[in-house]
Ligand binder design. Sequence first.
Ligand SMILES: C[S@@+](CC[C@H](N)C(=O)[O-])C[C@H]1O[C@@H](n2cnc3c(N)ncnc32)[C@H](O)[C@@H]1O
Length: 279
Amino acid sequence: MGEPCPNAKSYTDLIEAKEPKFFLKTRTFLLDHTSIFTYILRYPSSINKTMNLKTETKTTSKLINGCCFEVMNTMPDNAFDVVFTSPPYNRKRNDKYNNHTDIVDDYYQFLHDSVSDCLRVCKGNVFYNIQKNSYNRQDVHRLMGAFAPELIEVIIWHKSNPMPNPHVINAYEYILVLSSENKSLKANKTYTKNHFTTPVYSANPYKHIHRAVMHPEVCSHVLLNFAKEGDSVLDPFMGMGTTGAVCSSMGMNFTGIEKSLEYYQEASKRINEETQLTF
Ligand SMILES: C[S@@+](CC[C@H](N)C(=O)[O-])C[C@H]1O[C@@H](n2cnc3c(N)ncnc32)[C@H](O)[C@@H]1O
């Protein structure tokens, strides 16, 4: 399944371990904004860098560079209120990332394992955004069947400006809503529909390195309607940190996991900058 993952023993090890070998594989940014904004970079060797920046938020952002399967394995059950994520799509064209190969041999197993892990570490709802395409549709439909008892809703993200295509145009993506508790999805306000419309992110400022960055409106729509201020939110496929930036602006605590070191570093820069801009 992709590149080998770092060999973390426990969640505490991820944050506290001192072995240089361990830090070669897993780096953690702790962005703590409890009155001052602390940015701690733990690196291979004994270097610990700390930078304090003033903000007025009361949220924390924890960014982890590692494989989400390994990292989630070290996390306790029910550690988060909400999961919001968007896994790689398994596009055979492999044209979305500079630092990640978007081809997984057993994509169904990859999806299945990640949904199982998300359900275990989340005590609330898992929002799992996935685009069905001609390469992955059997796996996506099989996934929906395998998690039929946990699949409590399917929200449709309708794209107002989908990419043109000589075949039928792919103008929507699923947001699968899964929960271990068999309850229907509750929204924060009455008259909340299970579909919404936003444009695709054609203005993505990171497209030179990552062409699968989500439009922030997709994440903010979901969190605004189905999460609340102060919630802890996990994104195990963090990419360029859209979920983290949105959580910061909405007063939610964020944990993000990203396998690529470059995307992880860019995400930390982005969350840092956007938090500075927001407040
Ligand atoms: C669809 S992108 C997520 C984009 C993100 N929502 C954003 O707006 O930037 C999927 C991301 O998952 C990362 N990824 C793939 N396999 C992973 C793994 N096993 N653990 C952690 N991250 C992984 C890829 O590097 C990629 O950045």
